[in-house]
Design a protein around this ligand. Structure first.
Ligand code: ZN
Length: 239
């Protein structure tokens, strides 16, 4: 009898533990909720505005292409760079700033900042900020967690330092197999007023995303959208 009760309790304990694990996993992945601090995945508006955001990099090889496309269409976008790449390719980081785009912080080395210490988190963020400022960027620096992952300490750190976390609500190139037309069509059909679009354009494997960029811009404009930076979307110009 006692053994049976013990097994029952153990069983309930295991189930509760598994449920807790699932809840933490879902929480760490959530694009529109975190435990502390301000998180933005889109804004609620009827105005046709949309922010294009690019993750990772910069890279010496592909940043010029992306900047040329944006310049051709006179679009300003937001680049969430990693500190390591931004310092390795500092000329590219400066070129992004010189072209009038916004820089965001995407950590120093792109780790999953879920079960990391406060000190590691602080380092990943502050070192990257330093490189962004060295490039001459004066605007607000928002943070985008690598892989979109965050749980306890990262949101806590961001809240302590009054940092805005920016995720996204449109991601069209998460599968590497998608071609440029598919990526462009997905973005154009999924964007709503106030959307934040995530694109990856910095590496060799991202040819399709780079190629999709002109169609994305033309398609969104044809639907009446104005393409803005994250600071413009949040109407935040505080340096
Ligand atoms: Zn990334």
């Amino acid at each position: 009898m006692n053994k049976l009760r013990l097994f029952k309790r153990l069983g309930i304990g295991v189930v509760l533990f598994l449920l807790l694990c699932v809840a933490l996993l879902l929480l760490s992945r959530s694009r529109d909720f975190q435990l502390f601090g301000k998180l933005v995945s889109h804004i609620d508006t009827a105005v046709h505005v949309v922010a294009l955001t690019f993750d990772d990099g910069p890279s010496a090889q592909y940043t010029p292409d992306v900047l040329a496309t944006l310049a051709r269409y006179q679009v300003k976008a937001t680049f969430f760079v990693t500190g390591r790449e931004a310092s390795q390719h500092s000329a590219m980081t400066k070129a992004i700033v010189a072209a009038g785009h916004q820089l965001g912080n995407h950590s120093w080395s792109h780790p999953r900042l879920v079960f990391r210490s406060y000190a590691v988190i602080a380092n990943e963020i502050e070192q990257t900020d330093a490189v962004i400022r060295e490039a001459g960027y004066l605007g607000p620096i928002y943070f985008r967690p690598p892989y979109g992952k965050k749980l306890l300490l990262l949101p806590w750190y961001l809240k302590q330092h009054q940092r805005v976390t920016v995720t996204w609500n449109v991601e069209a190139d998460s599968d590497l197999g998608a071609d440029a037309d598919t990526i462009a069509q997905r973005v154009i059909s999924e964007v709503k007023p106030g959307s934040i679009v995530l694109l990856h354009v910095m590496y060799a494997s991202r040819e399709a995303s780079r190629a999709a960029l002109p169609s994305i811009i033309e398609g969104l404009r044809a639907k009446g959208y104005r393409l803005v930076t994250m600071a413009e979307l949040l109407q935040d110009s505080q340096p």
